[in-house]
Design a protein around this ligand. Structure first.
Ligand SMILES: Cc1ncc(COP(=O)(O)O)c(C=O)c1O
Length: 430
């Protein structure tokens, strides 16, 4: 056999092997996804949310009111994730580097992008909101004479990165006090006005939460972004850690440049998955934070912001399943349930002497994350008691706020709320 023939044979063999291997790689993945879809199909179309806790695996004795800190995966998504992880271990090289799963990642990106009103070219799948903001703070062309502006309602994950880069790069950072004590009665116009009065000629970058993490105020992002641009603000970035998966979001319609979120909260994904939307027109202006070989091939897409070498493809694939699960429950139905829980909790708080509501009055102005004060009691002590004695999990905010942050998702019920309020009445306020 000549050398040329040997080479041709080898190429032919590799060709068959690749095709064979790709098929053997896709087969089990299709089976796994088939099993996921079967499990979804088996769920009732008109879900009674009173039974929704069966869809999750929260522990016996745990009443989980802390979805704003970290979400919990639905059982069907947990099963899909396990299958992908197990599959990956049967031939790690194939699944981590082979083309078949690479294509599935792109399918996942497409589904998730559509869900939030982004496009596959504009969406990076990152680890979380904090990483997304680090990318912006390190990569935007900001320098002397430029100001980054945000309010005291910003989460540290969307804030500290700017302070970190400012001294070296020469831009300034200004944080203004937002009247959080007015959150229970603030109109959209007032929110916009509070931001606009802070914008100066040097303000080039504005960072706003879509929903803040303390009182759950919903910011009129579209209105604010348009008004800020009229005053000359060039870049507008939104922290959507508390919104994607909780309220409907169409990032393109908002008219902002950047939108970041952590999928492990309201989208109930595996921990350590997030999204960064970067508007196509300005991708050239944002340098990637992670740099590695071969990154040039992602030019013209936001994928350049997520490429840091080897990553856990198996977990990433479950993002699509998280979206499909939410759609199966029905976006309208979920929202009706959220609103009903909000109304119920609000009513119970209003009728209970010693409890004070510190969030917007309606779900539409606020959301599924609310702040309640137990007057005369430190929120940390209230948490210690209710968690240790009764298994209630929520976040306690100390200091001036002194509130319990209650964040409710589909598996929560009005019975849980009643029990919670009754325990506070009997064991704390009595
Ligand atoms: C509004 C907001 N932004 C950012 C973050 C940071 O999220 P992560 O740690 O997932 O980056 C949080 C976390 O609670 C948050 O509530």
């Amino acid at each position: 056999m000549t050398l040329a023939m040997k080479k041709n044979n080898r190429r032919a063999f590799l060709g068959t092997m690749t095709a064979g291997v790709a098929a053997s790689c896709l087969g089990p993945l299709r089976d796994a996804q088939g099993a996921f879809h079967e499990a979804l199909d088996a769920l009732p179309t008109d879900m009674d949310f009173a039974d929704a806790s069966e869809l999750y695996s929260l522990g016996e004795g745990v009443t989980y009111f802390n979805h704003a800190s970290i979400g919990t995966m639905p059982r069907v998504v947990q099963a899909a994730r396990r299958t992908y992880l197990d599959l990956c271990e049967t031939n790690p090289w194939l699944y981590m580097w082979g083309p078949a799963w690479g294509e599935k990642v792109e399918e996942t990106r497409r589904v998730v992008a559509e869900f939030i009103g982004s496009t596959p070219q504009e969406l990076a799948i990152v680890h979380n909101t904090t990483e997304a903001f680090n990318t912006l703070a390190s990569g935007l062309p900001l320098g002397p004479g430029d100001e980054v502006l945000f309010s005291s309602m910003n989460h540290a994950g969307a804030s500290v990165c700017w302070n970190h880069h400012a001294p070296q790069r020469g831009f300034t950072v200004r944080r203004f006090e937002f009247p959080i004590e007015r959150a229970d009665r603030m109109t959209a116009d007032e929110i916009v006005a509070r931001y606009l009065e802070q914008i100066k000629p040097e303000t080039r970058m504005l960072v706003i939460p879509h929903i803040d993490n303390m009182v759950g105020l919903r910011y009129p992002v579209k209105q604010l972004a348009a008004a800020a641009r009229r005053l000359g603000v060039q870049y507008i970035a939104v922290d959507g850690a508390q919104s994607i998966g909780m309220i409907p979001v169409d990032v393109n319609d908002l008219g902002v440049d950047f939108y970041a979120t952590s999928a492990h909260k309201w989208l109930q994904s595996p921990k350590g998955l997030g999204l960064l939307h970067v508007k196509k027109e300005i991708q050239d202006e944002v340098r990637a934070m992670w740099v590695t070989w071969g990154q040039g091939r992602w030019g013209g897409t936001a994928r350049v912001y997520e490429d840091y070498g080897t990553r856990n493809r198996a977990e990433l694939l479950t993002l699509e399943d998280c979206v499909r699960f939410q759609m199966k429950l029905g976006l309208e139905a979920r929202q009706s349930h959220f609103k009903a829980l909000h109304r119920h909790l609000h009513q119970r708080v209003e009728e209970t002497k010693g409890l004070a509501w510190r969030s917007p009055q309606t779900w539409e102005d606020g959301c599924s994350l609310v702040a309640i004060e137990v007057e005369g009691h430190a929120s940390g002590d209230v948490f210690d008691h209710l968690y240790e004695q009764h298994g209630f999990v929520f976040r306690a905010f100390g200091g001036d706020l002194n509130t319990m942050r209650i964040s409710l998702n589909v598996m929560n019920t009005t019975d849980e709320i009643d029990r919670f309020v009754q325990l506070i009445k009997d064991e704390i306020l009595a």
